[in-house]
Design a protein around this ligand. Structure first.
Ligand code: NAD
Ligand code: UDP
Length: 315
């Protein structure tokens, strides 16, 4: 197949490009490098079935005949989407509609990278796909949450009204090599701080929870969903749940760091708990994650060590 990956120079998108190329497909990666990096795709420079286009997907564009579109373009880290608030709303709305139009024109299948953030600060725990969420529509995080909720709505509309073959994955916190060192997410912050001998910044008292999925598990789930007949949102994440304080302790163990923990204020509307119910993915796709947090962090160590060295942090 000839496949477009938007956001393909980002963290998850670049791993997706690798997996699609490994399956023998031709991949066109469209990315405006807002939060991504050429470094993430540098190893593909001489790959004949890979093409990079520097492109803002909020502007109308066409890359020729396509069989599948994976729409991953969007800032994803809270620090990034708060800095690029309007761009985040644009790529979730205009960017998603442009990509759906392309899918309609070329008769291509379409998969939207959505998010557990659609559940907001959830009152139902763990989160099933049937839960409609608890989102502050005007809070600081709304630029991301509501953009993604709109993206899901317009994807379902193109499916219902234009018969586009669409899929929606709700991705839960994912980590691994190529997570940008300075994107402010908890795993990148803690790994950087631990390896640079800095204090680990735990926001609030660290009792809020997250569930962390290693990137190869996440990509395997996304590919299984892409090949399925399922059109409604499907959670892909790791149900192992950790408080942020526990997560800090795992990072200290894996890195062997002596860093101390420092508490900082909790950001507004920070979800108190998050864990995917993956019964649907297990049943429909026969998928479940294989790599637990300790193992995944150990597998990411070399990448973070190199990234910390290159950044000069802790030197
Ligand atoms: P990332 O920031 O590393 O990657 C996003 C990519 O999109 C970047 O390369 C960026 O330059 C690109 N981009 C942004 N706006 C664009 C535009 N207008 N035109 C073209 N490219 C644009 O983030 P990520 O973690 O790889 O996330 C990828 C996708 O997965 C996002 O849609 C995100 O919402 C979703 N997601 C990720 C997670 C996670 O834990 N990583 C969780 C939930 C959802
Ligand atoms: N967090 C933290 N210290 C950090 C970065 C994040 O305690 O240096 C917390 C944050 O408040 C949230 C959780 O870790 O409760 C996950 O944050 P992240 O930004 O990775 O993603 P989110 O799940 O909030 O989108």
């Amino acid at each position: 197949m000839r496949i477009l990956v938007t956001g393909g120079a980002g963290f998850v998108g670049s791993h997706l490009c690798d997996a699609l190329l490994a399956e023998g497909h031709t991949v066109v990666c469209a990315d405006n490098l807002l939060t991504g990096s050429r470094n993430n795709i540098a190893h593909l420079a001489r790959e004949p079935h890979f093409e990079f286009r520097e492109q803002d997907v909020c502007r109308p564009f066409d890359v020729g005949k396509l069989d599948y579109i994976f729409h991953f373009a969007s800032p994803a880290s809270p620090v990034d989407y708060l800095e690029h608030a309007i761009e985040t709303l644009q790529v979730g709305s205009l960017g998603t509609m442009n990509c759906l139009e392309l899918a309609k024109i070329h008769g291509a299948k379409f998969l939207l990278a959505s998010t557990s953030e659609c559940y907001g600060d959830p009152l139902e725990h763990p989160q099933k796909e049937t839960y409609w969420g608890h989102v502050n529509p005007i809070g600081p995080r709304s630029v991301y949450d509501e953009a993604k909720r709109f993206a899901e709505a317009v994807t379902m509309a193109y499916h219902r009204y234009h018969k586009v073959d669409t899929h929606i994955v709700r991705i839960f916190n994912t980590y691994g090599p190529r997570l940008q060192l300075n994107d402010g997410r908890v795993i990148s912050n803690f790994m950087k701080q631990a390896l640079a001998g800095e204090e680990l910044t735990v926001y609030g008292d660290g009792s809020q929870t997250r569930s962390f999925c290693y990137v190869s598990d996440e990509v395997a789930g996304i590919l299984a969903l892409a090949k399925s007949e399922e059109h409604e949102p499907t959670n892909i994440g790791n149900p192992g749940e950790f408080t942020i304080l526990q997560c800090a302790k795992v990072v200290l163990e894996v890195t062997g760091s002596q860093s101390r923990i420092r508490n900082e204020p909790l950001p507004q509307d920070d979800p108190k708990q998050r864990r995917p119910d993956i019964a649907k993915a297990r049943r429909l796709l026969g998928w479940e994650p294989k790599i637990d947090l300790r193992t995944g962090l150990t597998m990411s160590l070399d990448y973070f060590r190199e990234a910390v060295k290159a950044s000069g942090a802790g030197a």
